[in-house]
Design a binder for this molecule. Structure first.
Ligand SMILES: Nc1ncnc2c1ncn2[C@@H]1O[C@H](COP(=O)(O)OP(=O)(O)OP(=O)(O)O)[C@@H](O)[C@H]1O
Ligand SMILES: [Mg+2]
Length: 384
């Protein structure tokens, strides 16, 4: 009787332990599931054959597939290089774990997503390989940031080199400019020259003078960009400044049959800023607009200069009905020397200089564009 009692007790205790262990197992399972659900990382588990049995929410976010679409597939199919991924799994199986600092995968939408991948091999109670668990952190943004840093560094290096070269060629350009001016005078005064020879020489000298001016303009723009000079503020009327810029560019506007509309708010637009720098910005922006409408329309293009203001900022919008700017060009248009214009027409300095100047003047610089419709550059400046 006694022994049957103790047997019953033992049975009851065993059953209690079993229930407790079952509950613990259930809780652990729930805990792991919760980790899997809430992790931003892509966490997955595969069976012996590398087929996915579990896939986290983070993985859904990073690769664009739902769990339902993923479970039952091979993980390697999503890797940029499936063979390389298989090799990583093989190492993990042999060594117990494996890692890759930067492994590319394919997003559902087609682009590449980079992961920092850690694989761990699972073994069953008999020590037999049972599958693989992967923990993968999406490092695409970090990688892009790193690439941007490298690019900025390279641009800074180009800037320093360009500044050095500019200094070096400034003097020879000045000498060529002086001598060509002198030749112009000599040709004008020369007595024994025939009409035809005189005209040919004069045209040639004019060419030299024009090209020297262009070189000087480029070197000045480059130097002003790299020299980082401080603005000199004075009071002015932005409307007057815009009108002056338009009249300065008038010969080109007339020549290309482009209509400029001044859609100014009423009265003057008082501003305390650097006049020379702003002139440089407006000439650059209007020149770009002239080129864009000419490219798109031939003749009959339109440029609108619109002004407005609120208590703190005034806004100048320079709109054209030109080509518009493609997405690819939008990504590069602030890079130094990026131009889509033929050699000799553009240097690719205008926009980076404009943006730099407006930043220095405490303003904002942005744009709106649509291919085939046109572009608007928006300059915001602190109001007086
Ligand atoms: N209003 C615009 N419409 C269409 N494309 C534009 C416009 N403004 C700029 N772009 C594009 O951006 C590029 C860069 O402009 P940016 O002013 O920096 O250089 P650029 O005009 O080519 O040369 P630079 O101004 O040095 O003579 C241009 O080559 C052009 O492709
Ligand atoms: Mg330009």
């Amino acid at each position: 009787m006694e022994s049957s009692d103790s047997l019953q007790d033992q049975l009851a205790r065993a059953s209690e332990t079993l229930s407790r262990l079952k509950k613990e197992l259930f809780d652990t399972g729930r805990f792991l599931h919760c980790v899997l659900e809430n992790s931003d990382d892509m966490v997955f588990a595969t069976d012996v054959d590398g087929i996915l049995v579990s896939f986290s929410k983070g993985g859904e976010k990073a690769l664009g597939y739902t769990v339902e679409q993923m479970v039952g597939r091979h993980v390697k199919d999503l890797a940029d290089d499936p063979l390389k991924f298989e090799k990583l799994v093989a190492i993990s199986r042999k060594e117990g774990s494996a890692a890759s600092l930067e492994f590319p995968f394919q997003h559902k939408a087609g682009h590449t997503v980079y992961f920092n991948v850690s694989l761990v091999s699972l073994t069953d109670a008999d020590g037999q390989f049972a599958g693989t668990v992967g923990i993968c952190r999406d490092i695409t943004r970090w990688k892009k940031f790193q690439e941007d840093l490298i690019r900025v560094d390279r641009l800074a290096e180009i800037g320093r080199t360009a500044s050095g070269i500019t200094h070096e060629i400034n003097n020879p350009i000045a000498v060529i400019g002086e001598i060509s001016g002198w030749i112009e005078v000599v040709v004008g005064d020369a007595k024994g020259l025939g009409q035809e020879d005189r005209e040919e020489l004069e045209t040639a000298v004019q060419h030299i003078i024009k090209q020297v001016k262009r070189c000087r303009n480029i070197t000045q723009q480059l130097l002003s960009f790299v020299r980082d000079s401080e603005p000199t503020h004075s009071s002015m009327d932005a409307h007057e400044l815009l009108k002056q810029t338009v009249s300065f560019l008038n010969p080109e506007l007339k020549n290309k049959d482009i209509e400029v509309t001044l859609d100014f708010m009423k009265g003057p637009l008082p501003l305390h800023s650097d006049k020379q720098m702003l002139e440089q910005v407006f000439v650059n922006l209007i020149s770009n607009a002239i080129y864009a409408v000419k490219e798109r329309r031939g003749a009959g293009g339109r440029i609108v200069l619109k002004t407005s203001r609120d208590e703190s900022m005034l806004e100048i919008r320079i709109s054209d009905n030109g080509t518009g700017i493609s997405e690819e060009n939008q990504r590069q248009m602030y890079d130094l020397f990026f131009t889509t214009k033929p050699t000799g027409k553009g240097t690719g300095l205008g926009l980076p200089i404009c943006r730099n100047i407006i930043k220095k003047l405490g303003g904002g610089f942005s744009f709106e564009t649509e291919i085939g419709e046109g572009t608007t550059f928006i300059v915001k400046l602190p109001a007086l």
